[in-house]
Design a protein around this ligand. Structure first.
Ligand code: SF4
Length: 199
């Protein structure tokens, strides 16, 4: 792990990143998800962890969103909540799985129905789509930015294709953690690459 010069809280207060795993500069994935013709949206098969504040924002949406999802709102999230200080609000729920995929997966047109609702209504999708979904296949563990387990064990169907995962998600990281954050991680990548070249 490589420590950062300071802690970088997300725009939602949590998570707070203080270090990065340099492996994120090496792992690759397809990146352009809606252009992928071979994954079958498999990464949305299991549902996703979602912070309780995001659950509240989604549950506050009206009947038009419920109609867009096509699943009754009572079936969107697990009733159980898990304490997790790394998530905004200090706790998380999980989106439910129905018929072999997340309830929010668009099975006809592909993609995420939270995302498509945001686009159709002029809403910044970062406000409603789960943070874990947007950053996938990067994630955070104990304040360290790391690759998701599916990249590490190569179980992600599009692993080893496309750009490296940091480049693929750099813009999303900048949105959550700021331009100073990605500038510092950019510099870490350069020095890490130089160190590897010398070795
Ligand atoms: S919330 Fe959207 S992106 Fe995340 S797992 Fe569900 S369908 Fe996929």
């Amino acid at each position: 792990m490589i420590a950062l010069s300071r802690e970088y809280p997300s725009v939602f207060g949590q998570p707070v990143i203080h270090a990065v795993d340099p492996a994120i500069f090496g792992y690759r994935y397809f990146t352009h998800c809606m252009a992928c013709d071979f994954c079958g949206d498999s990464c949305c098969s299991y549902g996703v962890d979602i912070d309780v504040e995001n659950v509240a924002r989604i549950e506050a949406l009206g009947d038009d969103f419920e109609a867009h999802v096509g699943v009754p709102r009572a079936q969107w999230f697990t009733k159980q909540r898990w304490t997790d200080p790394e998530f905004p609000g200090g706790a998380q729920a999980r989106t439910r799985v129905k018929g072999g995929a997340c309830v929010f997966l668009d099975r006809k047109q592909r993609g995420c129905k939270i995302h498509s609702y945001c686009i159709a209504n002029g809403i910044d999708y970062h406000r409603l789509k789960p943070l874990v979904s947007i950053l996938f296949p990067l994630t955070f563990e104990g304040g360290v930015l790391v690759a998701s387990g599916e990249l590490e064990d190569r179980s992600l169907v599009c692993a080893d294709q496309g750009p490296n995962v940091y480049d693929g998600l750099r813009g999303e990281l900048a949105w959550y953690f700021g331009e100073d954050f990605v500038a510092e991680v950019d510099a870490i990548r350069v020095s890490h690459a130089a160190g590897q070249a010398k070795a």
